[in-house]
Design a protein around this ligand. Structure first.
Ligand code: HPA
Ligand code: ZN
Length: 335
């Protein structure tokens, strides 16, 4: 079997995906017209041209602007459904989806509009596309902790639909410790926890995510390699990293894919996973991220299978479900 086909068809989980980051320019235009929301760009091409970023913040500015076309439940439903169809074509069998309620509630969109649209699509995807899922609600770290507290209290009405809470948006200057109390409250309510850390921010932010927020997983975490004792901690505690290679290149965390430290993290024996982050903005979904790494580092089929196994081991699913998926990978890879 050709390597491209192998990567395409091996069962995979995606664990780091912002649903607002799957808004393709075509969909963005369609919704802007339908909802009468004007945007700065004249065409899909002009919009795509604007997707050149110098760092995380230059991306976030465009990403939050784009999210402005999402107005009603149907918009959130269609956004999610379109992503699920792409995931299906890449044989993604389980997704853990981030959503940013504050991006929408700040614009006067009700929390329930957002979550119902996303959740209904995910439920349908689980039934009709055989893609299992969970939802992770992220707090925007550039806003005060009090806003996150308010968002958490709104989420309590939808507790059965939300598995975990996370932390995203502008990292520099907004350390995880700023959100210690809201994460503590979330944990008491039974939410699992993750946080973006060590994407642009220093290794200390990863330590804070572990110690202050008591996260089960680190999103990105690539700067962990700067701290030997941190690598030891991540290894000993089997804390997974959800790495997003194409995102890191687009946001200039690394200059080129060959300079990415994925292979170093992988060779350390860490539980690293490969994800797409904001695929509509970064030029690729999960398969394109696997392919970029395979090309750059000449990864073998065993390496690819190990990355796919990691994706299920790192997922918020039962051990039985993990075993089932991993068994499928083993059988697939042995063919
Ligand atoms: N980092 C931080 N916040 C984000 C990202 C990211 O990569 N994508 C969407 N929000
Ligand atoms: Zn992210």
């Amino acid at each position: 079997m050709d390597m491209n086909v192998f990567i395409q068809t091996i069962p995979k989980a995606e664990l780091h995906l912002h649903i607002e980051g799957t808004l393709e320019p075509e969909t963005l235009f369609r919704m802007s017209e339908r909802n009468g929301i004007s945007i700065k760009y004249d065409s899909v091409d002009a919009l795509r041209q604007a997707y050149r970023f110098d760092n995380l913040q230059s991306f976030l500015d465009i990403y939050y602007e784009g999210a402005g076309v999402l107005q009603n439940e149907t918009d959130f439903y269609e956004l999610t459904w379109e992503y699920l169809l792409k995931a299906k074509a890449q044989n993604i069998r389980h997704v853990e989806i981030f959503f940013d309620p504050q991006t929408h509630t700040e614009r006067g969109i009700a929390f329930e509009t957002v979550i119902n649209g996303i959740f209904n699509a995910l439920s349908e995807g689980s039934r009709d596309l055989n893609i299992s899922f969970c939802l992770i609600m992220c707090f925007l770290r550039h806003l005060p902790e009090s806003d996150a507290m308010e968002t958490l209290s709104q989420a309590l009405d939808f507790k059965d639909k939300i598995t975990g809470v996370g932390l995203d948006s502008s990292e520099a200057g907004h350390p995880p410790s700023k959100f210690k109390r809201v994460f503590e409250k979330a944990r008491k309510q039974g939410f699992l926890t993750v946080a973006h850390a060590g994407e642009e921010g220093p290794p200390e932010y990863i330590w804070e995510a572990l110690q202050d927020l008591k996260v089960q997983r680190i999103d990105h975490g690539v700067r962990a390699l700067e701290d030997k004792s941190l690598i030891k901690e991540l290894k000993n505690r089997r804390i997974p990293l959800t790495v997003c290679p194409l995102s890191n290149i687009k946001l200039c965390v690394f200059k080129t894919i060959r300079e990415h430290n994925f292979k170093k993290l992988f060779d350390q024996g860490l539980c690293v996973t490969v994800n797409s982050d904001d695929p509509a903005y970064f030029g690729g979904y999960v398969v394109e991220n696997y392919l970029a790494l395979q090309n750059a580092f000449q990864l073998t089929r065993d390496d690819i299978a190990q990355i796919a196994v990691n994706s299920f081991n790192a997922a918020f699913i039962s051990q039985d479900k993990k075993d089932m998926f991993i068994d499928q990978i083993k059988k697939f890879a042995a063919e």
